[in-house]
Design a protein around this ligand. Structure first.
Ligand SMILES: Cc1cc2nc3c(=O)[nH]c(=O)nc-3n(C[C@H](O)[C@H](O)[C@H](O)COP(=O)(O)OP(=O)(O)OC[C@H]3O[C@@H](n4cnc5c(N)ncnc54)[C@H](O)[C@@H]3O)c2cc1C
Length: 398
């Protein structure tokens, strides 16, 4: 196993519980705090019985898709659905606890190669490890996982600040998923790729504000996002008084699916598990790890003759079964369309999307809709969209 991020810990915890002997290699100790804060809709965690892992939870959850002008342009879309942020330490510790007394080797993998029926990992220290199958959970930048080249990969970029402000940037106890109001932008900026504000009240005078670009190639520059964030805030009379933490975010949204014939398995960012429509993944890791671990345990414990290639094949087949591949393709198609939308069309699209029944939009974002239902929801969305959005969805906007 390579990695000690959320993906590695989720799958290692399951594998250890299934009685498998795991050798874990990660370039840092597994209890080193993760650099990112992870958000999730609360119901997704509740369905896994893990809601206690939330460090913050908001009931007042809104977005803004108006033009920001006049009273009508300022009306929020109410989500009426709780959103939360993981308590990072609690999530990490609860997964590590499930890994028992597993010894984590602080090692950086440099090369992975087949050796007879097994796989060998060569580390920068010179140490070499062998396993019946290797799972690469080293994130979306993995050098080891083969995937087809489908051209430029769109990235989500964001610049955020946790800090104190002269005036609350969002309402008390509020979470803002997407504030797309564009009234602070000039004509030139309105023609540039759109970005939105993701923001929340942490209480005790602390807020998080983040200017986010959904997905772009080339990715939006962090300096541009920072400039936009300041402009957006000052337009509303808000100034940052104290920066406690800055977040720089950049990760791929439509990384092609890995080649599922390779003898190396992957999980998490390296397995392209980020949801192409939302950029979220942690819920999927927690949901999909048990199934993958079951398959691997059966293969490894019950079939001693299977080699790395056979075990990896079984793993790929459950991790990316036909249904999940089809769903992923639909999401990627949707994202490509959205990337062609200007800010006006994008606002119109999202305003319509959140008019869908809550069960539909939330399951769409969590990727828990079975394929036929996903198609029905997408058709429903198409039906209730304006003709401009319909044309954009069919042919892309120009
Ligand atoms: C700023 C940011 C915010 C995000 N916010 C959210 C969110 O709110 N909700 C959500 O669901 N998703 C979010 N994501 C998306 C996704 O969940 C994260 O990218 C997540 O961290 C990916 O997990 P991972 O374990 O696959 O990879 P990583 O977290 O990148 O972990 C990779 C691990 O592999 C190790 N490693 C790398 N190379 C090697 C090597 N050669 N040998 C050994 N070890 C190696 C690293 O040290 C690390 O431990 C966010 C992503 C970013 C970048």
């Amino acid at each position: 196993m390579l990695g000690a991020g959320p993906a590695a810990l989720c799958i290692v915890a399951e594998l250890v519980e299934k009685g498998l002997l795991v050798t874990a290699l990660a370039s840092h100790p597994p209890n080193k705090p993760w650099p990112n804060t992870y958000g999730i809709w609360a119901e997704e965690l509740e369905s896994l019985g893990l809601a206690s892992l939330l460090g913050h939870r908001w009931t007042n959850t809104v977005s803004y898709f108006g033009d920001g002008i006049g009273e009508k342009g300022q009306v929020p879309t109410l989500h009426n659905f709780d959103y939360g942020l993981f308590d990072q330490t609690a999530l990490q510790n609860s997964l590590l606890l499930r890994c028992g007394d597993l010894n984590w080797n602080v090692e950086t993998a440099m090369e992975i190669r087949p050796v007879e029926m097994n796989t060998e990992v060569v580390c920068s220290s010179g140490n070499v490890y062998q396993a019946r199958v290797v799972i690469d959970a080293s994130g979306h930048r993995s050098r080891f996982i083969r995937r087809p080249n489908h051209g430029p990969v769109a990235q989500q970029a964001a610049y955020g600040v946790v800090g104190r402000f002269n005036f609350p940037p969002v309402e008390k106890e509020q979470f803002v998923l997407m504030d797309f109001r564009p009234d602070h932008l000039n004509k030139k900026q309105l023609r540039e790729p759109p970005s939105f504000l993701y923001a929340m009240d942490f209480g005790e005078g602390l807020f998080f504000v983040e200017e986010t670009s959904l997905a772009c190639f080339p990715p939006m520059e962090l300096t541009q996002l920072k400039e936009r964030l300041h402009k957006r805030l000052s337009h509303r009379g808000v100034k940052i008084e104290e920066i406690i933490h800055e977040e720089h975010c950049l990760f791929p949204m439509n990384l092609p699916l890995p080649d599922r014939k390779q003898p190396l398995l992957a999980f998490g960012g390296s397995a392209s598990m980020v949801h192409p429509a939302s950029g979220y993944m942690v819920g999927a890791l927690l949901r999909r790890a048990p199934t993958l671990a079951n398959t691997l345990a059966e293969a490894i414990l019950l079939e001693p003759a299977l080699g790395s290639a056979d075990i990896a094949k079984l793993g790929w087949n459950v991790l990316w079964d036909r249904e999940l591949v089809q769903r992923h393709r639909l999401y990627q198609f949707g994202l490509r369309r959205l990337m062609s939308f200007d800010e006006h069309l994008l606002r119109s699209f999202f305003a319509t999307f959140f008019r869908l029944p809550r069960k539909d939009w939330s399951s769409f974002l969590a990727n828990t809709l079975p394929l036929p239902r996903l198609i029905v929801v997408m058709l429903k969305l198409f039906t209730i969209s304006s003709w401009k959005v319909k044309i954009g969805m069919l042919f892309g906007a120009f």
